[in-house]
Design a protein around this ligand. Structure first.
Ligand SMILES: Cc1cc2nc3c(=O)[nH]c(=O)nc-3n(C[C@H](O)[C@H](O)[C@H](O)COP(=O)(O)OP(=O)(O)OC[C@H]3O[C@@H](n4cnc5c(N)ncnc54)[C@H](O)[C@@H]3O)c2cc1C
Ligand SMILES: NC(=O)c1ccc[n+]([C@@H]2O[C@H](COP(=O)([O-])OP(=O)(O)OC[C@H]3O[C@@H](n4cnc5c(N)ncnc54)[C@H](OP(=O)(O)O)[C@@H]3O)[C@@H](O)[C@H]2O)c1
Length: 420
């Protein structure tokens, strides 16, 4: 057992970080390998790895410059005393503006001329003059209602609109960081005051894509790199861009820790059949499962459903999958390439096509695993399982829902999910 944790992460080195997509792909999905060295860290398939990242130096430097701060100023953070530059690099999330910061603009922008208050007093007078009954009273700067007529060039009016209209706020913060906002409103914050407002840097979790038995001393991930461009600057996800762009192979220390699972595990009985549904990066834990089933000489059948945009560019781990098929370790491999034809083909469409066989597997006690996108894919697959139970199990909708959600998922614990 080792004592490494989120508060005391092991400083690991990345040994490999390569793109899995073929040329001209619209995606950047990487296979990333961490060396566990002499950490004593262990893991089982189904576990996740926690990764601590840092902000890109160019973003840190631009933020310090636009704010007119001294990068060497010593500041107090939740991680102790350090220079402002180190704090902004390692302790806080600076790549996306939070709502607390936008709300704080109310003070900053009004103090430059009390414009919000003046605007609202004018609106109040107008409402009273027009016999309006909508005025709520109270603190004028906080009860402002969204009013498209005050969204002109007046910065105070813009702030009033942002703090009072949830949709406008979401829309504004979606594409901006602190540099954008400080420039947009030409505001000044003391460094300490700024640090009080922004979020602490959080680790990110990744489903482990390797079996420790197959790769002793290493842990491997399948990571979708998040990149986008807004307001004339290229940006992206904190941790994925850090791993792809900032971490130097064999050189940079990257803090990692294990996040073990209690539920997303292989069946104890190695002769149990399993169905794995993992489109996109959802394939990660199933590469690990397959490596473990091969290592364990497990005789249960393995059926993998995988999909992504195109067979040419997104067929991740093709060589391994083909050899598992050739050697009989993978009994069935069903693909759903969503953009290789006019109409979208997703994993749930394939499950439905193979519904009779999927149902037979369920009746024989097979485990069903799903990994990947929680918002759309996992919901659609869940609905498809209910439809399969209705069509092939002859159940009413109510009974099918009970079977999938209560019997398989809660009682028998053989419908298991790792979705994010
Ligand atoms: C248990 C678990 C397992 C996971 N396993 C994996 C895995 O195996 N592989 C994997 O890749 N990920 C996995 N994830 C997701 C991972 O933890 C991170 O959330 C992901 O990598 C993004 O992190 P990031 O720091 O790069 O992005 P963040 O800095 O957290 O930013 C991500 C956010 O960027 C925003 N965003 C995206 N596109 C745009 C855009 N165009 N404009 C503006 N904003 C945008 C979205 O709001 C998104 O939520 C897992 C998550 C969990 C909880
Ligand atoms: N937090 C983050 O920023 C972050 C980082 C990485 C991944 N993720 C999330 O994790 C998930 C996995 O990302 P990924 O790039 O590995 O794969 P993905 O975006 O989920 O795409 C994988 C495949 O699933 C398809 N798909 C889209 N909608 C679907 C649906 N409703 N049902 C079934 N399949 C569907 C996609 O098709 P089409 O694209 O052709 O529609 C593609 O073929 C995504 O949802 C992504 O948002 C989030």
């Amino acid at each position: 057992m080792s004592n490494w944790s989120v508060k005391n992460p092991y400083q690991s080195k990345v040994t490999e970080c390569y793109v899995l997509n073929g040329p001209d792909s619209k995606k950047e999905t990487r296979h990333i390998v961490f060396d566990l060295g002499d950490s004593g860290l262990d893991y089982k398939v189904g576990d996740a790895l926690g990764v601590l990242s840092e902000n890109p130096p160019h973003t840190v430097d631009e933020l310090i410059e636009v704010s007119g701060w001294d990068s060497k100023q010593i500041v107090n953070t939740h991680n102790g005393e350090r220079t402002l530059r180190d704090a902004l690099k390692m302790d806080f999330e600076i790549h996306r503006v939070n709502k607390r910061f936008v709300n704080s603009l109310v003070e900053k922008v009004t103090s430059a001329g009390m414009r919000i208050t003046v605007t609202l007093v004018e609106r109040y007078r107008e409402a009273v003059a027009g016999g309006g009954s909508e005025w709520m009273g109270g603190d004028t700067s906080l009860v402002a209602e969204p009013n498209p007529s005050i969204q002109g060039d007046d910065p105070a009016a813009k702030v009033a609109n942002l703090v009072s209209d949830g949709d406008a706020m979401e829309d504004y913060i979606w594409s901006r960081d602190y540099i954008d906002v400080i420039r947009d409103f030409d505001v000044q914050y003391d460094a300490e005051e700024f640090l009080e407002l922004i979020d602490k840097l959080k680790p990110r979790l990744y489903s482990i894509a390797s079996s420790h038995d197959a790769h002793p001393g290493f842990v491997e991930l399948t990571v979708g790199i998040v990149r986008y461009s807004h307001h004339g600057r290229d940006r992206g996800g904190l941790c994925t861009v850090y791993m792809a762009d900032e971490v130097e192979i064999g050189k940079t220390d990257v803090g990692v820790f294990m996040s073990p699972t209690k539920s997303f595990i292989l069946p104890e009985d190695k002769s149990t059949d399993i169905i794995m549904v993992g489109p996109g990066t959802g394939i990660a834990p199933f590469r690990a499962f397959m490596e473990q089933r091969v290592f364990d000489n497990a005789d249960g059948k393995n059926w993998l459903f995988f999909g992504d945009q195109s067979e040419k560019t997104e067929f991740y781990y093709k060589d391994s999958i083909e050899s598992w098929l050739d050697e009989g370790h993978l009994y069935r491999f069903t693909t759903a390439w969503s953009r290789d034809q006019e109409e979208k083909i997703y994993v749930q469409h394939r499950l439905k096509e193979h519904g009779a066989e999927v149902w037979e597997w369920f009746e024989r006690g097979a485990y069903f695993y799903i990994c990947g996108d929680k918002t759309y894919m996992a919901k659609d697959v869940h609905r498809t399982l209910i439809e399969i139970a209705m069509e092939h199990g002859g159940m009413s909708e109510e009974d099918a829902t009970f079977f999938i959600e209560k019997t398989m998922m809660r009682e028998e614990k053989r419908y298991l999910r790792d979705v994010y």
